[in-house]
Design a protein around this ligand. Structure first.
Ligand code: HSE
Length: 401
């Protein structure tokens, strides 16, 4: 008879509630939730829980010798950091979905796992139900992997789908994404691209074995998208998607960024709509592989947590093998991109150091310019590009299909 795993759960929001439900259904998991720690004991809950299961004292879990594993899905990066580091220091394995916390602290979290001979698993942190992290860790070798690119944020994809396919106003679609439990409590993380960025950082560690800090990566969201951009994309037969990508530029270098992109119908991610995520993995020997699934929501994310709980039952931990490779590629932003920049008042053409302008349009209502610019220059001009009258979209030039 299999030993039962006693779980201490931190967080009982959208995902935490899903975990309670998924674990109750998964009889073969032989897992029980022994204690749940929440910030506010008085908050009304959508599920019935046995008397005494909930506490607001983290030590009721951290110091309980009967707890085998901690599941942490707290909606606060600082609290999540305190819980996860305290657990790892005590040698308790953790399954976490906290992408912002993981992306900011991954080097320290890796060293704590090694120091205390325990594991932190976090497949739920990236792309909800899609098992992208464990796949990259186990199946894709550094030398042969060329690109990981995709839609990593369900909320912004849901909003873009509603706006593009149903002509729904942007604000209304955002409100609906919040009601459906896809959006972060601060939805600017979703729509400004930071949620995608955190996932991309985690993915890059498992894809190429290199950690790059959030502040070093160009991140641009969809909050300033305008009817003019949607019209432009439609006229060209394309959609605009918020795309995160890590791309090998040469055997020695790679780049990564998050930015809206014009996507043509021939591309896999064109058909990834609503809260779905899609990840394209490209390699030297196998061309492209595509992973698709629900990237947000209570049960899809909870199912990924359960998968990590089961993996841990069998002693699984990430080995971070690629981080030990002697010839890891180096991160560069010294690469030219081709971008569309729409603007009204901001003098974009004089502010941005375009290497070459290939198309320019001006009218009383809006203007746009298409040109080549270094990624490092986009990073340097981040402030100007965040003006409310400006919207930037990438025009794919690497590995075009
Ligand atoms: N807010 C996130 C999203 C939740 O919309 O993708 C899943 O990480």
């Amino acid at each position: 008879m299999e030993k039962t795993i006693n779980i201490g759960l931190f967080g009982l929001g959208v995902v935490g509630t899903g975990i309670v439900s998924v674990i109750a259904r998964a009889k073969n998991a032989h897992a029980v939730i022994r204690r749940i720690c929440v910030r506010n004991l008085d908050k009304p809950r959508s599920i019935e829980l046995p008397e005494g299961l909930i506490t607001d004292n983290p030590d009721d879990i951290l110091l309980d010798p009967e707890i085998d594993l901690i599941v942490e899905v707290v909606d606060n990066a600082e609290a999540s950091y305190r819980i996860v580091t305290a657990a790892l220091r005590r040698g308790i394995p953790v399954v976490s979905g906290s992408k912002a916390m993981i992306a900011r602290h991954l080097p320290e979290l890796i060293s704590l796992q090694r120091q205390h001979h325990t594991a932190l698993l976090y497949d739920a942190s990236s792309c909800g139900s899609i098992p992208v992290i464990r796949n990259l860790e186990e199946y894709y070798d550094n030398d042969l992997l060329l690109e990981v690119k995709g839609i990593l944020n369900g909320s912004s994809n849901y909003i873009l789908s509603r706006v593009f396919d149903h002509g729904e106003p942007y604000r209304q679609a955002l409100k609906r994404a919040q009601e459906l439990g896809f959006a972060e409590s601060d939805p600017s993380f979703d729509i400004e691209g930071f949620d995608s960025l955190f996932k991309l950082i985690i993915i890059t560690v498992h894809a190429l074995g290199v950690y790059v800090a959030p502040s070093e990566i160009f991140t641009y969201g969809i909050s300033t998208i305008h009817d003019a951009d949607i019209r432009y994309a439609r006229e060209k037969g394309m959609k605009i998607k918020l795309v995160a990508q890590v791309v090998k530029i040469s055997p020695e270098t790679f780049t990564m960024f998050v930015m809206p992109e014009f996507v043509s119908p021939s591309r896999y991610i064109y058909s990834v709509d609503d809260e779905y995520n899609g990840v394209v993995i490209r390699g030297e020997c196998y061309d492209r592989q595509f992973m698709f699934g629900k990237g947000a929501g209570s049960l899809p994310t909870a199912s990924s947590i359960l998968s990590d709980v089961m993996a841990r039952r069998h002693g699984y931990c990430y080995e971070y093998k690629k981080m030990a490779y002697p010839d890891r590629p180096a991160y560069t932003t010294d690469i030219p991109l081709k971008v569309y920049v729409r603007y009204f008042d901001t003098p974009v053409t004089s502010l941005l150091p375009f290497q070459r302008i290939t198309e320019q349009y001006t009218s009383d209502e809006n203007n746009y310019v298409i040109g080549e610019i270094l990624l490092s220059d986009l990073i340097a001009c981040r402030r100007q590009l965040s003006a409310p009258d400006v919207f930037v979209t990438n025009i794919t030039r690497f590995f075009e299909e």
